[in-house]
Structures are given as C-alpha cells and as structure tokens.
Design a binder for this molecule. Sequence first.
Ligand SMILES: *[C@@H]1O[C@H](CO)[C@@H](O)[C@H](O)[C@H]1NC(C)=O
Length: 326
Amino acid sequence: MKTLKTGSIASPQDPIALSPVSQRCDCSEHDMPKDRTISRLRGELHRLQEQMRKAEASKPLQKTLAKAAQPTIYVITPTYARLVQKAELTRLAQTFLHVPQLHWIVVEDSPHKTPLVTAFLASSGLAYTHLHTPTPRDRKLQEGDPSWLKPRGAEQRNEGLRWLREDRRGQPGADTQLGVIYFADDDNTYSLQLFEEMRDTQRVSVWPVGLVGGMRYERPVVEGGRVVRFHTGWRPSRPFPLDMAGFAVSLKLVIANQDACFDGDAPMGFLESSFLQGLVTMDELEPKADNCTKVLVWHTRTEKPKMKREEALQKQGLGSDTAVEV
Ligand SMILES: *[C@@H]1O[C@H](CO)[C@@H](O)[C@H](O)[C@H]1NC(C)=O
C-alpha cells in the first residue's frame, strides 16, 4: 500500500491523483496532521477498492446467467463500399457493443467479402456473421439515379434471413428458439433503449422512426394498446407503411414462415410490406416505445464527401496515400 510517509507523488496509474498540496512542499520531515489524514484516507480507499474488485470478480457468472435467459437480437445490416462506409460501420459497431446478447449479421453488396469489412469485423469485439451477395445488375441504382428509385438492400437482407434459417435448421428446438431480428441500415442512429424495447417481440413489434419520409417522424398510431393506423405523409394505404428501421420480427415467426422475404422488385415504398404481409396483420402488431410515442431511432443520412481537392491532387500525382484505409 502506498502512503505519503515517503512524500511520494501519486503515479499516473494511481486511481486517485494526489492533491497538489503534497507537491508544494516536501512534508516528509514534518508529517503534518493533514498528511496523516490523507494517508489514512488512501488506506481506506485501497481497502474499499479491494472489496469492489472482489465483488466484481463474482459478477461475470451472474451476468452470463442473466444473458443466457434473454433472447438474442440478430441485427441484419446491408452495406456497400463507399467513402463513408468505415465511419458508418464504426458508429454502428460502437452502439452495438453496448447491447447485451446481440449478433450482427453484416451482408456486403459485393461479389466477394472485402478486406476492409473483414478486418473491421474481426477487430470489432462483436459477435458477428460476415456474408456477401451482389445486387443483380438490373436492380442496381445507376450513377445519378435518385436513391428512392429502386429499393436498396433487398438481396442482402434476404441473404441474412437465409443464413439465419439455415443456421437454425437441425438445431434442437429451433422452432421455439428465442430471438429477434432487426434490419439496421448502416446510416441510421440507434438509441440503446430501442434494443430493450424490441427484445421481447412475440411476432412483429413496431415503433416510431424520426426524420423520415420528409417528416419529423412517422409512426404507428396506437389506440387502446393496438395499432389502428399509421402517421405517414405518403400513401398511408400501403399494407405496412413502415420504415425498415421501425419494426422487428421474432426469429420464431421467420423460421415458421420459410418463404417470407423482401421483394427486390416491389414498387417504391412497398419493400417493407412485401416482407411483413405474409407474417402479420395490422392488429397483431406489438406497439413499443410507450405506445409509439417515443422516437428511439433516426433516419440520419451522412452527406457524401466531396473529393474535389483529392481529385485535383491526384492529377498532379500528389493524391492521398491509397494504402491508408479511410
Ligand atoms: C399503452 O396503452 C394501453 C391502453 O391504453 C395502456 O393500458 C398501457 O398502459 C399503455 N402503455 C404504456 C407503456 O404507456
């Protein structure tokens, strides 16, 4: 145990830095009452820290037991190579690291797994599955197409569903396995609370999504604990006028409905409906987030970075080092 007897100054590793008092004078000669008090308190602190350390040591087992009892959240994220990809994935991963019992299924829109995503996931600290499937040429957006022209990520989400179903096949009790599936695009912003809201999804749970559809928020409207209609600015008559970020589905339901998938040819705004239609009816939806009154996910969009200077420098052979991953 360190004391002030020798007039030592706290090392940077010490849990609590010494007050500057001890640095102003070498008190080892005087051993003033003040220093004896500090010394005594440090001893007390050390004792308490030991107690805490012992208490922490017995925690992991409790934590493991509590974790095993709660359903796993399988998050399916379609992603594609672009300048902001690593930044987006970093933000997402660092949110997911705070969520217990989460399994991340990352599906690249690519004919092969890219080195960037491979290395990123390996060092992420998350439980994950890395998949890839390219979007067929005729369904791909062309340069300059508005982003809403064709639904994006349908094939990748279906690939995630295929993996989940296959992985569960042959496992004992697969059809009763607890789990929740959530489709999390890599550009949105997610509150940690959202994951606890969705964790006990029985069939399909729903909640508001902020900053979407040209509105402050879209949401299911709940009366008497049931979804009765949807607050949306565009075609509220769609079977499920929900954003991809606004619902989660139980693993059980997806296993029981082997054919449920996203229709990449669905008309604009109908992608979510193409998947949900075969799974639930509106009155079966489970409203979360205080009867859909709280916004816990935001449809944020990262601006595409401009590369004017980079391109100019490249022309002079002075571009940024391509070996540096961004
Ligand atoms: C949701 O609404 C139902 C019916 O009005 C009510 O019983 C319930 O307490 C509400 N739940 C929350 C979390 O506000």
